[in-house]
Design a protein around this ligand. Structure first.
Ligand code: ATP
Ligand code: MG
Length: 331
């Protein structure tokens, strides 16, 4: 039975999920300015903190369990807040268990391979969370909007003939299915920003001197292709939201709402995986208890036999064998 918090998370994220097989028209189906009526910005800081706590706990279990891995795919238009989302959502999570890969224009070496090659190298291992800041989906987004990028990929003519995008959707779905079949969970987040909010955020980057570095003239050029991107996003969502790797479209005009939504979706996936701390066998447990008695016997005069148990009696599940300042009475 799911706990109330887990049920609330599942209910909260449901409207963002793209039903596999649905035909998506981004502008009609998803409102970038949406925020849940029951949630206010003021409460969101505390809520994000609590969901972060869940993520920290589940990431530790995922690592200890060492069977599943999680791939978080983040796609968005410029200024939608990918970096801030990663920073806020993963804050406090053990950095040893998480790695972020940002994908830019492919290098000559990358172009010398099939288009999924560079993404495959950055996949998570078991027990790990990998975050793709941009991802293999660029191959059906920017490469689709700017056809000249496809020409740089050195594909033989027969591989470009017909509907190359449908073939790419199929290949991506199969790639993800293969990962899912091998214990890797794929969490796909699309930060959905409105054209007006993007304009405001670009202006802010120009207005504030210490934000100027974030501004790029290329981003404004991309903005001119807004409609082409919206069409490419809609097609991508329609063809690649699958049972084993569904897309979530996150309303991104309110940063606080986008962050809490992303955190909730990742937490939901980890809860579904339900990684557990490994349990040791009865023999190992017996050996541990014997070692414990030996360590207790080494307690210096005046010290508790087991200081941890003395301070946290409610957490410790073994019987108390020693007393403060004394040696354990029996083995
Ligand atoms: P930020 O601007 O927030 O630092 P970013 O992800 O926009 O982050 P940039 O260095 O500005 O990073 O841009 C990366 C560029 O690389 C984007 O314009 C993106 O479309 C492009 N890109 C990513 N993948 C591919 C690809 N496979 N082929 C061609 N271009 C790509
Ligand atoms: Mg950029």
């Amino acid at each position: 039975m799911a706990k109330p918090a887990e049920k609330r998370i599942a209910k909260f994220i449901k409207p963002f999920r793209v039903r596999p097989g649905a035909s998506v028209h981004l502008a009609k189906d998803f409102d970038p300015g949406y925020k849940a009526s029951f949630l206010h910005k003021k409460e969101s800081v505390d809520l994000l903190h609590r969901v972060n706590g869940l993520l920290v706990d589940y990431q530790a279990r995922l690592a200890a369990d060492d069977q599943h891995g999680v791939l978080v795919v983040l796609q968005a238009l410029d200024a939608a807040g990918k970096d801030g989302t990663i920073r806020h959502v993963m804050s406090g999570v053990n950095p040893q268990g998480v790695h972020v890969s940002s994908f830019k224009v492919p290098s000559a070496e990358e172009l010398n391979h099939d288009y999924l090659w560079r993404y495959a190298q950055r996949l998570p291992g078991r027990g790990e969370i990998a975050i793709f800041n941009r991802s293999h989906y660029e191959e059906v987004l920017v490469v689709r909007v700017h056809r000249e990028l496809l020409d740089r990929q050195k594909l033989p003519d027969e591989c470009k003939a017909g509907n190359i995008w449908k073939r790419r959707y199929r290949a991506i779905n199969n790639f993800e299915r293969h990962l899912a079949d091998n214990g890797f969970r794929i969490v796909k987040l699309f930060l959905n920003l409105s054209r007006e909010e993007q304009r405001i955020r670009f202006l802010r980057r120009i207005d504030l001197a210490d934000h100027n570095w974030k501004f790029s003239a290329a981003d404004v050029r991309e903005r001119q292709r807004w409609d082409d991107y919206q069409a490419a996003f809609s097609e991508m969502l329609s063809h690649t939201s699958t049972k084993w790797a569904p897309w979530y479209v996150i309303p991104a005009d309110h940063k606080w709402f986008a962050r809490i939504s992303a955190a909730a979706i990742i937490a939901h996936s980890l809860i579904e995986i339900s990684p557990q701390y490994p349990q040791v066998s009865a023999e190992v447990r017996d050996a541990l208890l014997k070692t414990r008695v030996e360590l207790e016997a080494e307690a210096p005069e005046g010290a508790a036999a087991d200081p941890y148990q003395a301070e946290h009696p409610e957490e410790v599940s073994v019987p108390k064998t020693g007393t403060a300042g004394g040696r354990p009475s029996r083995v």
